[in-house]
Design a protein around this ligand. Structure first.
Ligand code: NAD
Length: 269
């Protein structure tokens, strides 16, 4: 089986997600919420999965009213396979299928090596790496059964390309792991017309990371600022990342799989 050649498709069709069904993990706030917005705007039906169910429901309500499509919410814990399965089942039963799965939920505690316990390491891996793996397995399995193909989009970070500020060992290791998973799953899933792509943001102001930053000592904030520079003259906003996710989800990127796209304003240049 070969991926379609869409050379003759009008641009509007290539960007459109009309008739497609998507899940966004960690979609209640921050980058994930911006992704839900762009996917819904492009015509996809979207399931917002998050631990924060009230916020997820608010986001779903906002975007279904704004764009007129189906946007629903569910409580999802990506560290729990049963919860991932329930979300995938819900997408299939309530949205009518599963074409796009965005693994965006993530943790980013800043703890220096000597203070980083095994439990902290395991907690970060359980969300950022095992949660991505388990979600890919559950989503891809359903896409294979349906025989319709699809796309898995895993949110990485510039921390998946380089070391960053002190205190981020578990985070950096987890994000390098996701980049590796993208490459491997792309090979494994290509025969099923399932593409696997990564999007790697630089620093963007979100509810989560601004709250986390506020709790860090000034010295650590300065180290983080020094390792996340923007050559483009401003700090990233969630929509900068959401537009790249839309590109990956749409047929605009149909000939791409296995790569992780840096959306980093030149940080790693
Ligand atoms: N914001 C940035 O600067 C930045 C930069 C690079 C990469 N990233 C990555 O982008 C993603 C989103 O970051 P953000 O800044 O929007 O974060 P955020 O903290 O604002 O939002 C993360 C969301 O994930 C949810 N979540 C956490 N654990 C979960 C779990 N076990 N199951 C389901 N949902 C869970 C949270 O409830 C929250 O709604 C993360 O993977 C992060 O590593 C962010």
């Amino acid at each position: 089986m070969a991926i379609a050649d869409v050379s003759q498709s009008p641009i509007a069709d290539l960007v459109s997600l009309k008739g497609r069904c998507a899940v966004v993990t960690g979609g209640a706030q921050g980058l994930g919420k911006a992704m839900v917005r762009r996917l819904a705007e492009a015509g996809a039906s979207v399931l917002v999965g998050d631990l924060k169910i009230e916020q997820a429901e608010k986001a779903a309500d906002e975007f279904s009213k704004r764009f007129g499509g189906k946007v629903i919410a569910t409580r999802l814990d990506v560290t729990d396979t049963a919860s991932i399965r329930a979300a995938a089942d819900l997408a299939q039963s309530e949205l009518g299928g599963l074409d796009i799965w965005v693994n965006n939920a993530g943790l980013y505690p800043n703890i220096l090596l000597r203070e980083m316990t095994d439990d902290v390491w395991n907690d970060v891996m359980a969300v950022n790496l095992r949660g991505v793996f388990a979600s890919c397995r559950e989503a891809a399995g359903r896409m294979m059964d349906a025989g319709t193909g699809g796309v898995l989009i895993n949110v990485v970070s510039t921390a998946g390309f380089k070391g960053v500020a002190p205190g981020m060992a578990a985070y950096v290791a987890s994000k390098h792991g996701v980049r590796g998973l993208n490459k491997q799953l792309a090979i494994e899933l290509a025969p099923h017309d399932i593409r696997v792509l990564g999007v790697a943001p630089t620093f963007c102001e979100t509810e989560g990371n601004m709250a986390a930053l506020a709790e860090l000592p000034e010295r650590v904030r300065e180290e983080i600022a020094a390792t996340t520079t923007s050559a483009l003259g401003r700090v990233g906003v969630p929509d900068d990342i959401a537009r790249a996710v839309l590109f990956c989800a749409s047929d605009m990127s149909l000939f791409m799989t296995g790569s992780t796209i840096l959306v980093d304003a030149g940080e790693t240049a």
